[in-house]
Design a protein around this ligand. Sequence first.
Ligand code: GCU
Length: 613
Amino acid sequence: MKNTLVLVLVYVLFQPVILAQEERMMNIFARRCTDFSGFWKYIVDPYENGYYNYRWEPFDRMERPGKGAFFLNAKPDAPSDLVEYDFDRSDSIQVPGDWNTQKEKLFYYEGTVWYKKSFDYQKERASNRVFVYFGAANYRAEVYLNGKKLGTHTGGFTPFHFEITDHVRERDNFLIVKVDNRREREGVPTLNTDWWNYGGLTREVMLVETPGNFIQDYFIRLRPGDPTCIEATIRMNGPEAAGKFVRVNIPELGIRSEGVTDENGWADLTVHSKEIRTWSPEDPYLYEVILETTEERLADRIGFRTIQTRGRSLLLNGRPVFLRGISIHEESPFRKGRAWSEEDARQLLLWAKELGCNFVRLAHYPHNEHMVRMADKMGLMVWAEIPVYWTILWDHEETYRNAENQLSEMILRDRNRASVVIWSVANETPVSEARNRFLTSLAAKARELDPTRLISAALEQTAYRGQPDVRTIHDPFAEVVDVLSFNQYIGWYDGLPDKCGRISWKIEQNKPVLITEFGAGAKQGLHGERTARWTEEYQEYLYEETLKMIGRIDGLQGCSPWILKDFRSPRRVLPGIQDGWNRKGLISEDGKKKKAFTVLQRFYLEKAGDGRE
Ligand code: GCU
């Protein structure tokens, strides 16, 4: 008994100090924000010398860490004082932005960079609360304000925030963030990815000021099966969140509903109208929805639509729809680095519209919020995905918790976006018992958080009963998804484009079929025989032959070829052709279209005319 007691004591004492991140606040841009975009000071720290002492003990778990801890922003008190860093005399870097494409010396860097932002802050009202919000930080962030640890976040593509009400002061605050982008075997994603590991504060950092009791979260959607009823679930956060008056108001429909939150701060309201104009790519109609309490008025623009399957059909607002898609990585069309801005989103989605798309697959991780809000406005349905990519550690509990947390953060941020129709939980993952359990749990979590959208994952195809020219999907997870999606590279990784003509497909699942990837690499401007790899003609030939082949797939409801634009990847090193770029884009990294762009555009033009949306 005595030993057990000691054991328990030791365990409790050394439990990692990971402060719980507050419940997630959403619709950030509509709140009272102070934007910290601009130049921050930074220090490159490959040995994490500012985080650990020479015995590898974390400074932020010590009562008196001493001046070696970078998060103290220490200065010498006297000329004899020893301090071996100084943010204010260090170099500056832009936030938002990856560090790789801002500093030559950081192009391949994987490790820790410390960021510092100094600021004064005057609350608008003494009773208000203040949070520091991050759109994303790749990959792990440790956040400190005025030398105090606020918390940690893991995952490079989802938002997080920490309350600083009791720490922020009117003058001379210093916000310090340690960002570490090293890949981890137990990470999500894991060590091997076909995209650049852009590190840093890659999206907006802002202060957000809220009333003492504020609207933290809401989910407003058409009641499934009743196009005249809008359901609103609203969650308050604060000491008096319970028993709080809340109102949802849609002025254009002349409807409103009021209620009082329950003991947990939740309220469920419904409004009815026969005139609800549904959202669709052809008519991306967004309503102004206003949420009000006695302390706050929060507005959002929300579209109302339904997305369902019926056998092999995909139904948008009850009508069959073919997904004329394209896959997109989150890379700026202008800066050759991580995209993050509204302008980046607009240009990428304008190219998709020019291609004739009504659908985009945002691969392989949650893109920034501007992308999904722009898709709402421009009328593009969205496949949103977490980076459970390739060979994840399926039987590692912490890995699952990380994946589930990223899934929750993605869904809670975007579940009011009409454009998002599919949540994807994986890409090209090897079939195993542990992987099936991992993905099935993620699918259940997604359905729990959002029962109104479809669940999928990009699976892989295989030979049907040993017949190499007959392909099928043989994967237990195919029984779990709503949409049967898979990647296939016949004609690129599997033979030449003429092989497409010899292939037939046998899809046995009675579900809508979506081909989430096909493609070929081409160096823009390189021309030659259509069987010569890397020429635009080869890529054009591959698209022509693939589009003919997939036309023979029974139940095909769409495709999102790989990929809109060439993107950086450390795995693509062929000199003079790849030079660190994956060349499967229909557009080059300089914004120049390749011949295959027109092939897909023509196919989508015909598809758009076939009567389905
Ligand atoms: C895979 C994978 C992509 C990758 C692509 C390629 O299917 O999903 O992330 O970039 O193939 O090989 O280009």
